[in-house]
Every structure is written in C-alpha cells, then in structure tokens.
Design a protein around this ligand. Structure first.
Ligand SMILES: C[S@@+](CC[C@H](N)C(=O)[O-])C[C@H]1O[C@@H](n2cnc3c(N)ncnc32)[C@H](O)[C@@H]1O
Length: 276
C-alpha cells in the first residue's frame, strides 16, 4: 500500500468528491429519520497543507486553494463553509471529518482504513466519539460485512486509491453487491478519468449488472487522452436524492469555472448511466 492521500488532499478531485458528498448528505437529511454513512477508504481525516507531502505536489493550490481565494460560488458555499470551519486553508478535512461535521445526534459513521499508520491516526482522531466507529478493515470485505445498515437508510462512500489493477472491476462488483444486499442505499463512488476507455467500460459493467438509477457526475480539466495523467474524475451515484442532477450539475459548472484553465477540451457532465 504505497498510496498516501496527504500528497493529494485538497486537490481538484477532493473538491469534486467532497462538495458532492456534502450535498448528498444534506439531501438525505431532509428526512428526520437517522442514517448511517460507511466510508470504505477513509484516509486520516485531516491534512496539514503546510506539511512536506502537500507542499511537494502543490496539488491543493489548483483545488481548494483556488476555491478559497476570490469570489465565492453560491453552489459551493455550504462545502466551503465546512472546509473553513475545519481549519482551511491551514488544514483540509478528509471525508470522515466532513461527514462527522454533518452527523445529527442519531446518525452514525463507520470508517474503514487499511493502512495501519493511517488507521491509527484516524482512530485517535475519533477516540471517545460514540457516533463514529473506525475499523482496520479491507473496504471490499467491509461492503459485505457492514451492510445493510440497521437504520435501513444511509450513504456508502467508496474512494479507492486506484493504485492497483482491477480497481474499476472491484468497484463495479462492490456497487452491485451493496445494491443487492441494501437496495435503498445511496452509493457514491469516486473514480479517476485518465482516458475514456476504462470509464466507459465501468459504466457499461454497471448498466449490465442490472443496478437501477445511476448517475455519474464528471469533471475533466483537459481532454482525457493522456493515460498517465489525472485529467479528470467522477463521482458515480446510485439512488441519487431528488434534484441531484440539477443541483449537482450547477456545482460541477461552478467547479469548472473556478478550477478549469480554459483549456481546449475541459468540461463537466452529469451522465445518466441507468434509469430508475
Ligand atoms: C483516496 S484515499 C481516501 C481519501 C478519503 N476518502 C477522503 O476523501 O478524505 C484512499 C485511502 O484508502 C486506503 N486504502 C487502500 N486500499 C484499501 C482497502 N482495500 N481497504 C480500505 N482502505 C484502503 C488508503 O490507505 C487511503 O488512505
């Protein structure tokens, strides 16, 4: 396990994922009944943007650094307020910290992290918090072991590092498994767009799996033709709450306005992969 999210925290991919996850949770909380979030690849929950890792890549400067600087986009205001409250621009919150900030008294977070050091940091972060459970556990095994939720509603967030072959296949199988075990779950799965072919195959595999009601929110900063670069990314959502396509689409457009470089070929899209 070589991947360390500290090098990438706050980059454009984190901004897309976190802004949309905040929207999803808020939308699910329109109902008063308690919910649970399973964050399968949780990371350490908080990143120091002045640390050598973040400074070495400088990726956050093209992501949260830009969003915090200059005129604010209304569609991103909720996400940015949470990021500021978590300590930005000195610190950037990871997905479990953002989710924790949104939990209501009856809601719960299950966070899985397989890297022993990262798991220890995450566990220390939430020690004594009765609403958060941190597991040293493989994400793909957790999808089976920890679903369905006792609350019968919730969000499953899947955010693998994509450092190993077969990650798209594992993710497609995971989505189908969760959908089979826990039909009502909202699932949100992050994926890289380096070039189009693996993404198309992933979408096709999901469509063929019979899972219904799937939308993919995508943002790309240049034509995705160079397979060695992170040209864009997407968040695939199963069972999107009402108005995700419209409001998520506005968020994608805002992200593109602030994070794009006016490059030929940049863009964003809300794609319907499978109907309800
Ligand atoms: C992209 S990072 C997660 C970032 C985090 N979700 C966030 O948004 O702040 C992926 C994380 O997954 C962990 N990881 C890799 N393979 C895993 C597995 N099979 N099960 C659980 N965690 C895994 C890595 O150690 C890394 O911390």
């Amino acid at each position: 396990m070589n991947y360390r999210h500290a090098f990438h925290a706050g980059n454009f991919a984190d901004c897309l994922k976190h802004a949309l996850v905040v929207w999803l949770l808020r939308a699910m909380q329109r109902k008063a009944t308690p919910l649970r979030v399973l964050d399968t690849h949780a990371g350490i929950g908080q990143y120091d943007l002045s640390a050598p890792e973040a400074q070495r890549t400088g990726e956050w400067l093209g992501g949260i650094g830009r969003l915090l600087d200059g005129p604010e986009e209304p569609a991103l205001a909720d996400y940015l307020a949470l990021v500021r409250a978590a300590g930005a621009p000195a610190l950037y919150p990871g997905s479990p910290a953002l989710v924790r900030a949104l939990l209501r008294p009856g809601d719960h977070l299950l966070a899985c992290e397989l890297h022993p050091e990262d798991h220890a940091l995450l566990r220390a972060r939430f020690r004594g918090d009765a609403q958060v459970a941190v597991h040293l556990r493989d994400a793909w095994e957790a999808l089976r072991a920890l679903t369905p939720f006792p609350e019968k509603r919730g969000l499953v967030l899947v955010d693998p590092p994509f450092e190993q072959e077969g990650e798209f296949d594992r993710m497609a199988a995971g989505v189908a498994l969760v959908n089979h075990r826990f039909r009502a779950a909202v699932q949100a799965c992050w994926y890289p767009i380096k070039h189009r072919a693996p993404v198309r195959a992933f979408h096709a595999a999901l469509k063929d799996s019979g899972v219904r009601d799937i939308v993919a929110a995508e943002l790309w900063l240049r034509e995705p033709t160079d397979p060695t670069r992170l040209n864009g990314c997407g968040l695939l959502v199963v069972n999107p709450p009402w108005q995700f396509e419209a409001e998520g689409g506005a968020m994608l457009a805002a992200l593109l306005r602030r994070l794009g470089n006016r490059e030929v070929g940049e863009g964003s899209a809300m794609l319907r992969i499978a109907d309800e």
